[in-house]
Design a binder for this molecule. Structure first.
Ligand SMILES: C[S@@+](CC[C@H](N)C(=O)[O-])C[C@H]1O[C@@H](n2cnc3c(N)ncnc32)[C@H](O)[C@@H]1O
Length: 294
């Protein structure tokens, strides 16, 4: 998977090209990645399985779903979290802009109580409220994230919850994989200068959402007990990882992962301001909140 085709890659640039509707370009990239995204992102290596375990723990802890509930998932992708949450609730509606991702999700997480909807999250009609709304690694792909997320926060029923997990903007994980090697410089030179390749006019659209702004949005839309906490946690130092500084060899991974998991527990137990500061060591973070019952 090249950087260009990697939905997990850092933003190519922060503003979209004006000539195209960026989400159409993103959709094509997610369609292309649909057959391998889940395996590559969550299950391929010990490290990705560690990241999966942390993400799953935070999601389920914050969602605290009850069997009678109707839950909405934004950007279900290949159904990784759909399959985790569906057995815990009465109904789950899962929305995604990529029909190929939805096809994968049907195969992986299709169950009698799950309804898949092929739609841009910005267009999905919110005609009812939901007991819980959640999203994992999706909102960073929204062009106008504040207005799209606001719609979903307003759709949280009294007594309901919202949980959004997204990538941390300022963290030791940002910038990894961008460091230059002689080989990369040479390839870039050959492509740009000798082959006269133009820079990508249609960059993959991605922004990193500031945790305090996202938390504030939750409060502005009436959610209380708004909490920000780290999700994927540690240091990007594994030789076998993707976009990491290649320092720790494979055999030493378990030792470091145990250390990081302990540090994650500690960070999650910190008071709110220190927990926010601890995001410096998080690849992703969660914001959650509860709408008071009327
Ligand atoms: C990085 S994947 C994450 C998938 C899944 N949530 C997970 O954590 O494994 C992002 C997903 O968001 C979807 N997505 C991106 N922009 C979207 C939008 N505007 N509306 C709905 N889905 C969107 C993509 O199609 C893709 O399936």
């Amino acid at each position: 998977m090249t950087d260009k085709m990697n939905p997990e890659a850092p933003p190519a640039q922060r503003q979209p090209a004006t000539a195209i509707i960026p989400h159409r370009h993103n959709k094509r990239i997610f369609d292309d990645a649909s057959s391998y995204y889940q395996q590559q992102r969550w299950f391929k290596t010990r490290l990705t399985r560690y990241e999966y375990a942390l993400t799953r723990t935070v999601l389920l802890q914050e969602l605290t779903s009850d069997p009678g509930e109707h839950v909405l998932e934004i950007g279900c992708g290949p159904g990784t979290w759909t399959r985790e949450v569906a057995p815990l609730v009465e109904r789950l509606t899962a929305v995604d802009i990529s029909d190929e991702m939805i096809r994968q999700a049907r195969g992986y997480a299709g169950a009698g109580n799950v309804t898949f909807v092929h739609s841009d999250a910005a267009q999905f009609p919110l005609e009812q409220t939901y007991d819980a709304v959640f999203s994992v690694r999706v909102v960073e792909y929204f062009e106008d994230w504040k207005s799209v997320i606001s719609r979903y926060l307003d759709a949280v029923a009294p007594g309901g919850r919202a949980v959004i997990i997204t990538k941390t903007p300022i963290s030791v994980y940002r910038g990894t994989g961008r460091y230059l090697t002689v080989g990369r410089l040479a390839r870039r030179f050959l492509r740009r200068v000798l082959a006269r390749e133009q820079p990508d006019e249609h960059p993959f659209w991605q922004v990193y959402l500031p945790p305090t702004e996202l938390a504030q949005l939750f409060s502005e839309h009436g959610l209380q007990q708004v909490k920000v906490r780290p999700v994927i946690y540690g240091l990007p130092i594994f030789m076998r990882g993707t976009k990491q500084y290649p320092i720790v060899p494979g055999p030493l991974e378990p030792f470091f992962l145990i250390l990081f998991a302990l540090a994650w527990r500690l960070a999650n137990a910190l008071p709110a301001p220190l927990r926010l500061a601890s995001l410096l060591f998080s690849e992703s973070y969660a914001v959650s909140g509860v709408r008071p019952p009327t």
